[in-house]
Write a protein that binds this ligand. Structure first.
Ligand SMILES: Cc1cc2nc3c(=O)[nH]c(=O)nc-3n(C[C@H](O)[C@H](O)[C@H](O)COP(=O)(O)O)c2cc1C
Length: 219
C-alpha cells in the first residue's frame, strides 16, 4: 500500500544527531537538588526558552497515563517541585485519585534530560493565594473564568466572561479550584548526551533523612 501524506518527503528514520557536544563528563553532586539547580541555571543562562517548562505525567483511576507541560515555579528540598494549575482539570482529577506523578525536563541545546518521580500534594492555601495575587491581571482573569479541561463551545464565551468580570471592577480572588501542587521527589535521573550513543545517566534514589543513593545506569 502506498501511503500518500503531506509529510512523506521527510524520512524520520534519517533524522539523527550526534550527541556529545559537551566534551566534559557531568560532575555528579551528592545531592540531586543541587545538581538540578546547577543544570537549570545552565539552561537559563544558555538561554533555553521556558527552561522551567516540564512535562508532567499522571494516571488516574483508569490507569491511563496522560502528559502535559506545566511551569515549575519553585523548588526546594523541603517543599519539592511546585507548579500551579486548576485542581478540577484532567491532571487535577488524576492527582486526586493517584498522587504518584513524574516530571521531565528536556533541554535540547544542552543535550540534557532530567526525570523526577514522586508523590504530589497540594501546597498550603496561603501559598496558592499569594502566588495567584502575584500574577498579572490578565492571567488572573483568565484563570478565574476558565474551568480548565472542561468542554466549551467557543473561546468567545470565555472572552466575554473575562470582559464582564473586568468591567464589574470586582476584586479577582483566587478560585477554590485553583492552586499549587508540590511533587516531592523519590527518584531523579540525570541524562547527558555522550559520543557514540554512550550517554551519561545517573540515578538518585531517596533513602531517607537527607540521604540519596547514587547509581550510574547503562544508556
Ligand atoms: C509552555 C507551556 C506552559 C504551560 N504551563 C502550564 C501551567 O503552569 N499550568 C497549567 O495548568 N497548564 C499549563 N500549560 C497548559 C497545559 O499543558 C495543559 O494544556 C493544561 O494544563 C490542561 O491539561 P489537563 O487537561 O491534562 O489537565 C502550559 C502549556 C505550555 C505549552
Amino acid at each position: 500500500m502506498q501511503l500518500i501524506s503531506a509529510y512523506n518527503t521527510m524520512n524520520l528514520s534519517d533524522l539523527r544527531r550526534d550527541f556529545g557536544q559537551q566534551k566534559d563528563s557531568p560532575v555528579w553532586s551528592d545531592n540531586p537538588f543541587s545538581l538540578f539547580g546547577e543544570w537549570l541555571q545552565t539552561a537559563i543562562n544558555k538561554p533555553v526558552q521556558e527552561a522551567n517548562a516540564m512535562i508532567l505525567s499522571t494516571a488516574g483511576t483508569d490507569n491511563k497515563p496522560s502528559s502535559r507541560v506545566v511551569l515549575l515555579k519553585e523548588y526546594s528540598e523541603k517543599e519539592g517541585f511546585v507548579f500551579y494549575t486548576d485542581y478540577s482539570s484532567h491532571k487535577g482529577r488524576d492527582l486526586e485519585a493517584n498522587s504518584f506523578a513524574s516530571v521531565i525536563f528536556y533541554w535540547n541545546v544542552l543535550e540534557r534530560q532530567i526525570r523526577i518521580e514522586g508523590k504530589v500534594k497540594k501546597v498550603d492555601r496561603s501559598m496558592s493565594t499569594a502566588y495567584f495575587n502575584s500574577r498579572p491581571l490578565e492571567s488572573r482573569l483568565s484563570a478565574y473564568v476558565s474551568r480548565q479541561s472542561q468542554r466549551i463551545d467557543h473561546l468567545d464565551e470565555l472572552r466575554q466572561q473575562r470582559q464582564e468580570l473586568l468591567d464589574s471592577g470586582n476584586e479577582i480572588t483566587c478560585p477554590e479550584r485553583w492552586g499549587g501542587y508540590a511533587l516531592m521527589p523519590e527518584k531523579f535521573e540525570f541524562w547527558q548526551g555522550g559520543t557514540h550513543r554512550l550517554h551519561h545517566r545517573m540515578e538518585y534514589i531517596y533513602t531517607g533523612g537527607s540521604d540519596w543513593k547514587r547509581q550510574a545506569l547503562a544508556p
